[in-house]
Design a protein around this ligand. Structure first.
Ligand SMILES: *Cc1c(COP(=O)(O)O)cnc(C)c1O
Length: 403
């Protein structure tokens, strides 16, 4: 036997921290107990139990996506696999694609379209601001794309594309399909697939939905499905071929072995959303994120994105001068057991407000951990002022509503 058994292996218990860290970064997010429990079960991927689960996952997803479409499919893979599934099934080689590029994740959609040999035009949106519908209108008139790709929320620089409904309307007027990445935003803020006329929506498990990473969802409109059905070329990707996946998700036939535990976890995450209702869930996210933002600012820190274009699902904080973000993150997780995220290239740290992260006990602990860690690193932040602002903003919502 040429390869010998590895020595010095540690059991998982001795690798994991004694107490789990509070996951307050840009994903993965903490999962509810019911989701964790469901994730520990394995069932037959083609049995009757699984069919009932799949039917419910689809009907709950229709509610969460706000669509009547029956073309909803799970994907064994990260949010990026769902992005790729939307792109490769709707974009044919040589097709003109307008990619609205706000940052890291919207750039990824553009790259995926390039990789299937589309002719991709990037509309570069300056960092920190929302895409301008007038510029999108001009770009559509000039380039006549067949497909537009964009994100609802750009997690990387904490920008919200708040003109998304208008951009979808423009696309529709020009008979152009729209692919929207709603990975971090879905179920944290309004999204209306049918009403806005979105043709493909993508979400991951580990962000807004508060499920596990690695099992994602994609929904296609009937218009998108007509396009997929009419395609005669053979896709290069077998796993991500929507026509093949459709057999499992709508016809109870085998495609590949579905990630059954992850689908069960997703079922529970969706069920908790349905039980809470979208209205209440949006309100909870808005209230917690607004209160957290106010606490951060009152402590003496500044936020990266201006209020108008600010994403509430992920809050970006400018790192104070003289502080190395990595040291801040290490201090927060090492001393306070709270994990938040750095960023890809910008001098910000990011706190997530997705799913279970938007709970008052979690945001108090996180704000305190942030303040105390900065204080320890020599930044004179006013922790009591921050905590007081957090408390009074939460209170204002309880007694007066969001105003
Ligand atoms: C996290 C994220 C993704 C990628 O999800 P993965 O599961 O890491 O592949 C895509 N888009 C947005 C907006 C995200 O926040």
């Amino acid at each position: 036997m040429p390869v010998s058994v590895p020595t010095g292996l540690s059991p998982l218990d001795s690798i994991l921290p004694d107490e789990p860290l509070l996951m307050m970064g840009a994903g993965p997010v903490p999962i509810p107990h019911r989701v964790a429990q469901a994730n520990s079960i394995v069932i037959n991927h083609l049995g009757d139990t699984m069919s009932q689960v799949i039917e419910q996952v689809k009907s709950m997803s229709r509610y969460v996506f706000q669509t009547e479409s029956s073309r909803i499919m799970g994907v064994a893979g990260p949010g990026s696999a769902a992005m790729e599934m939307a792109v490769i099934n709707l974009v044919c080689p040589g097709m003109k694609v307008l990619a609205i590029c706000n940052g890291f994740f919207s750039d990824r959609l553009a790259e995926m379209a390039e990789r299937v040999d589309a002719e991709v035009v990037c509309l570069k949106v300056p960092d920190g601001v929302t895409a301008d519908p007038d510029e999108v209108r001009e770009a559509i008139a000039k380039h006549r794309p067949a497909v537009i790709t964009l994100v609802q929320g750009e997690t990387s620089n904490t920008v919200l594309n708040r003109h998304l409904p208008e951009i979808c309307r423009l696309a529709r007027k020009h008979d152009c399909l729209v692919i929207v990445d709603a990975v971090c935003t879905l179920s944290t803020m309004p999204f209306e697939m049918d009403h806005w006329g979105v043709d493909a929506v993508i979400t991951g498990g580990q962000k807004g939905l508060a499920s596990i990473p690695g099992v994602s969802l994609v929904a296609f409109s009937e218009r998108a499905w007509d396009h997929i059905r009419a395609r005669e070329d053979r896709l290069r990707h077998w796993c991500l071929d929507a026509k093949l996946a459709h057999r499992f998700w709508n016809e109870k036939a085998y495609h590949y072995t579905a990630p059954v535990s992850g689908v069960l976890a997703l079922h529970e995450a969706l069920r908790l959303i349905c039980r809470e209702t979208l209205e209440v869930r949006f309100e909870r996210h808005l209230r917690c994120s607004t209160a957290l933002q106010s606490g951060i600012e009152s402590m003496g820190l500044s936020l990266y994105t201006k209020p108008r274009d600010r994403l509430n699902s992920v809050v970006g904080i400018n790192v104070p001068e003289g502080v190395e973000s990595r040291r801040l993150l290490t201090h927060m997780s090492g001393v306070h057991r709270v994990e938040i995220s750095g960023s890809f290239g910008l001098d910000i740290v990011r706190i997530g407000q997705m799913g279970e992260q938007s709970r008052s006990h979690h945001i108090f602990r996180t704000l305190h951990a942030l303040g105390a860690s900065l204080y320890a690193l020599g930044v004179p932040v006013d922790i009591p002022a921050g905590v007081a602002a957090l408390e009074s903003t939460l209170d204002a919502y309880i007694f007066d509503g969001p105003g």
